[in-house]
Design a protein around this ligand. Structure first.
Ligand code: NAI
Ligand code: A1CAB
Length: 257
């Protein structure tokens, strides 16, 4: 996710000599240096020099990272965390008083500038700090400001969301192959159907139920398929899946890595 954000910032025209990257794996660090022309420095150096720090490590690694950089941070700096489950209170308890914290839940379509990020301010965050975090994420997609109490649900919906969509795509391609289509044909049909449907949702603003009904002819093929999805409780499975993701995000916040 960190590389996705970095690549977006470079695409959006941020000056490479204004970006510093911290990455603990040497091989990965050289890869990032070569690919983007950015300087990879120690976490402490990045923390000392940067006005804004984006923290993009696994939630389980966040405590150690904050312990490492805390003494290099100063009041007025902005720390933006992209980690699932990690609360602004968790970060604020580990950094000097006056450091502004913003919690962000991004998603991977940021790689193609179609990301969806939800941002929430911590307790010492000014409007300018929040606007800075918003601008950071706006360089790779849409941004919504939300109350922090909604972050676990957002993580379950849009943070993990691309994985559910890719799972549906995989399932439909497999089904196409079962029905006798060449894999490449099935793939092209499904991907264009997904992109077209997404575009319809965005451009028409019509409710998905209405769009689904428009496809569903009386006693037709779609009705036959949707009946099977109901019989197999796919809607209930989506609800259970997203509750599980929400609960996992909460557990990460409680340190149950
Ligand atoms: N992958 C996704 O779709 C999304 C991920 N996130 C969040 O982004 C964070 C990162 O997730 P991924 O990119 O999937 O994980 P990842 O494991 O692919 O990337 C983490 C990177 O951080 C480096 N790293 C770990 N500890 C470090 C340290 N102390 N100093 C410097 N570098 C360090 C690792 O070497 C690795 O390159 C997580 O907190 C996750 O919750 C949020 C939304 C979406
Ligand atoms: O699976 C995860 O924990 C991360 C957070 C949201 C998407 N990926």
């Amino acid at each position: 996710m960190g590389e996705t954000l970095l690549s977006g910032l470079v695409r959006a025209g941020r000056r490479v000599d204004h970006l510093l990257v911290g990455e603990k794996r040497a091989e990965r660090a050289s890869e990032l240096e070569e690919r983007y022309g950015v300087a990879v420095v120690s976490n402490v150096e990045a923390a000392r020099k940067a006005d804004t720090l984006a923290l993009v490590v696994k939630p389980q690694d966040m405590g150690d990272l904050l312990d490492e950089i805390a003494s290099a941070l100063r009041p007025g700096q902005l720390v933006v965390s992209l980690a699932a489950g990690i609360t602004t209170a968790f970060i604020e308890a580990r950094v000097p008083e006056g450091v502004a914290v913003v919690r962000v839940m991004p998603n991977t379509p940021a790689l193609v500038d179609e990301g969806m990020a939800a941002i929430s301010p911590g307790s010492h965050c000014s409007e300018d700090h929040l606007a800075e975090a918003e601008a950071l994420m706006a360089s790779v997609g849409k941004v919504l400001r939300i109350p922090e109490r909604q972050q676990d649900a957002v993580t379950a919906i849009s943070g993990s969301g691309p994985a559910y969509i890719f799972y549906v795509v995989e399932s439909m391609i497999e089904a196409g192959v079962h029905l006798g289509l060449p894999r490449s044909t099935a793939s092209e049909l499904v991907i264009q159907t997904l992109v077209g449907s997404g575009k319809m949702l965005r451009e028409t603003g019509t409710h998905p139920t209405v769009l689904r009904e428009q496809v569903t002819s009386p006693a037709g093929t779609t009705a036959a398929a949707l009946r099977e999805l109901e019989v197999h409780k796919v809607r209930a499975a989506f609800l259970a899946a997203m509750e599980a993701a929400r609960d996992r995000s909460r557990a990460l916040a409680e340190g149950n890595g």
